[in-house]
Design a protein around this ligand. Structure first.
Ligand code: SAH
Ligand code: SF4
Length: 367
């Protein structure tokens, strides 16, 4: 299979063009077509000589994500289901910024992207892992999620939105879609570098958050990457007992190991980590759980995002009552922990990642 052009760094394209005896300015022209103009085929690149376009065509693919379906009204959370070249489905979710959550202005949008088809980690509450792991996404498939959404945004019918059409729609990226990003480490980092580069996505590293279920060795690796990405840990339990019950990964990297890796990360980067904590009724929402969570957050100099559980079809877990969530938040705050409680956006459209894909794949399998 040919490599895809959007999986190459600028240096790699430069090397290729040198080998073809192409002048250096052609590289900038190609990057402009790929990332500024978001071209969908080689023939659109009208200022590249035909012979060069032909060389590109026989040596690289230019894969475009195919929109299989979209849920959600404009100006609210919108979920995109993409079909990849091999027929597999992945999701991206476009979320209008919640200023309280990541500290952005409210006209901003965050895109939640996927890194794998399925997930091998099998957290008991999550739809992404229900049918297991299929494959890692390639660099270009991670990168394309942003550009496919930008293309959709540029082309959407006027009546779909009250907003004036801004040039760009994605200001922030959270790697919290389907899959465990740190289990696809090399492709993830290469894709994020392309999304961060001024010639690529132009999105600041501080506007990119990587979420992990707790792969301690890769957290250490991430700590020594030069780019300042933000890190979020899917904690969901503040004791080994609570975490073991819902996250099998905790058997491999128990809390002692995970917190040591986070500690090192925090010290090396000097940046605040976020602890994600889904509240699941009767599992991790009691006030006894708030105490060890507060202690951990303080030890790690981390803030806590509380997320009321989104119901997943076929799974027994349910979201606690609103008062329970508010009480849990208050208990953390009383212990001087910076915490936020997500007051739902997108819960009604299967916004918990992995659910739209699961439904679609199961529906296709039954036809
Ligand atoms: N694998 C990575 C990133 C993808 S999951 C990780 O686990 O961090 C992104 C976030 O969505 C995680 O915090 C995950 O625990 C959460 N999540 C999964 N299913 C959910 C659900 N049904 N309701 C709310 N959050 C959910
Ligand atoms: Fe995988 Fe994250 Fe879902 Fe766990 S929560 S199954 S690691 S996607």
């Amino acid at each position: 299979m040919l490599p895809d052009i959007k999986s190459l760094s600028r240096e790699e394209i430069e090397t290729q063009f040198k080998a073809w005896n192409e002048p250096a300015f052609r590289v900038a022209q190609l990057l402009d077509w790929l990332y500024a103009r978001r071209a969908t085929n080689w023939d659109a690149m009208s200022n590249l000589p035909k012979a060069l376009r032909e060389k590109l065509r026989v040596n690289f693919t230019l894969q475009i994500l195919k929109l299989a379906s979209k849920q959600g009204a404009s100006d609210t959370t919108q979920k995109f289901l993409w079909q990849l070249a091999d027929g597999a489905f992945i999701e991206s979710v476009l979320i209008p910024a919640n200023p309280a959550l990541y500290g952005e202005a409210s006209d901003r949008h965050t895109l939640c992207i996927s890194t794998q088809v399925g997930c091998a980690y099998g957290c008991k509450f999550c739809a992404s892992g229900l049918d297991g792991w299929k494959r890692n996404l390639g660099v270009h498939e991670i990168v394309e999620q942003i550009f496919a959404v930008e293309r959709w945004h540029a082309a959407r019918p006027k009546e779909e939105s009250q907003e004036p059409a801004a040039d760009r729609v994605v200001n922030n990226i959270v790697v919290m879609g389907m899959g465990e990003p740190l289990a696809n480490y090399d492709n993830l980092i290469k894709a994020l570098k392309i999304l961060n580069a001024p010639w690529g996505g132009g999105i600041g590293a501080r506007r990119i958050t990587i979420s992990t279920s707790g792969l301690a060795p890769q957290i250490r690796k991430l700590a020594v990457e030069p780019l300042q990405f933000r890190l979020a840990i899917s904690l969901h339990g503040a004791t080994d007992e609570a975490r073991n019950r819902i996250m099998p990964v905790n058997k491999k990297y128990p809390l002692s190991e995970l917190t040591a890796a986070c500690d090192d990360y925090q010290k090396l980067k000097g940046r605040m980590i976020t602890l994600e904590y889904i509240l699941i009724a009767g599992v991790n929402d009691s006030l006894e759980q708030a105490r060890p969570l507060a202690a951990l957050a303080k030890k790690l100099y981390a803030k806590v995002n509380l997320i009321p559980y989104n119901k997943v079809e076929d799974l027994p877990w349910v979201r606690p009552a609103e008062e329970v969530c508010e009480r849990f938040l208050a208990a953390l705050e009383k212990n001087d922990v910076t915490a936020t409680l997500r007051r739902e956006k997108g819960g009604d459209i299967d916004a918990a990642c992995g659910q739209l894909r699961l439904k679609t794949e199961r529906a296709l399998a039954s036809t």
